[in-house]
Design a protein around this ligand. Structure first.
Ligand code: PAF
Length: 282
């Protein structure tokens, strides 16, 4: 059975009694678990086998990372289903706070990673990463994990959390897991459940675009003009938030691929905003 903790105090008490002899792996999520999350949970279990430690899943739909015009109110939730999946993945403990206690005692303290948060998704979601970093820092302080596992689909989030982890001298380490795709190539996301059949079909233009960019790259094309220009026509006008090539380390724009380069896409289909990416390695 997965042990369920409901309050920050309960998580802190759990951590205190857990001790340091056994390792603790934390997988922070907003729930509505899909195959991408399952790969994070299984990855955490591999990193910390049962005989050596504990896998902690956290489920919290964090209001502070949603803007007023975003989908907080309709964000999909299914705690019972999530806990069944967690159990099947060998999760030991789930932190599912039912009240907003995680946002308090005050709402005066924010963790803001400045430079990396401004481009890509930060352009259209200006306070998003501040909300993400603040909640992950709180979870980190309560759980003090030996390792925390995040997915590479949220590549910018991962880069920002790595920066926060280093800059705040947080304990433990961050491990990332590759993107998981459905049989049609669409990257797994809780928001996929909100796509109509038609919108899902249109959304396949994202993995198609990324596959086209990878094909051109494998043929030796290296400039953003060669790699992106008419490839982006695969996405219908009006749906695209951004298609960008940036350095995979510092997320600065690049014109020519000379180091690992992230090709990142954000677009809306039937009102559902999806992100995806691939890394080109010369
Ligand atoms: O990636 C997510 O699901 C969220 O941004 C996270 C890291 C759980 C913080 O709320």
């Amino acid at each position: 059975m997965v042990e369920i903790l409901r309050t920050p105090d309960a998580l802190a008490a759990f951590r205190a009694s857990h001790g340091t002899a056994r390792r603790l792996a934390m997988v922070p999520t907003m729930g509505f678990l899909h195959e991408g999350h399952v790969s994070l949970l299984r990855g955490a279990r591999r990193l910390v086998p049962s005989e050596h430690g504990t896998v902690l899943l956290t489920i919290f739909v964090n209001p502070t990372q949603f803007a007023d015009n975003e989908d907080l109110g309709v964000y999909p939730r299914d705690e019972a289903g999530d806990l069944a999946k967690a159990e099947a993945c060998g999760v030991d403990v789930a932190f599912c706070p039912t009240d907003p206690a995680l946002l308090y005692p005050s709402r005066q303290t924010w963790v803001d990673v400045e430079g990396l948060s401004t481009g890509l998704c930060g352009g259209s979601r200006p306070r998003h990463f501040r909300g993400v970093c603040t909640i992950v820092a709180k979870l980190w302080g309560l759980a003090r994990p030996d390792v925390a596992v995040f997915g590479e689909k949220d590549f910018q989030q991962l880069a920002i959390l790595r920066r926060m982890h280093a800059d705040l001298f947080l304990c433990g380490e961050i491990v990332s897991m590759p993107i998981v795709r459905g049989p049609d190539g669409l990257a797994m996301s809780s928001r996929n459940s909100k796509l109509s059949v038609q919108a899902r079909a249109q959304a396949l233009s994202i993995p198609a675009l990324l596959a086209e960019v990878r094909r051109r790259f494998s043929e030796g094309q290296r400039t953003s003009a060669q790699l992106l220009d008419d490839a982006t026509r695969q996405l219908q006008p009006g749906v695209v938030d951004y298609v960008e090539m940036v350095d995979a380390q510092d997320l600065s724009r690049v014109q020519t691929v000379v180091a690992p380069t992230l090709v990142a896409v954000a677009a809306r289909f039937g009102g559902v905003r999806l992100i995806d990416n691939t890394v080109l390695r010369p």
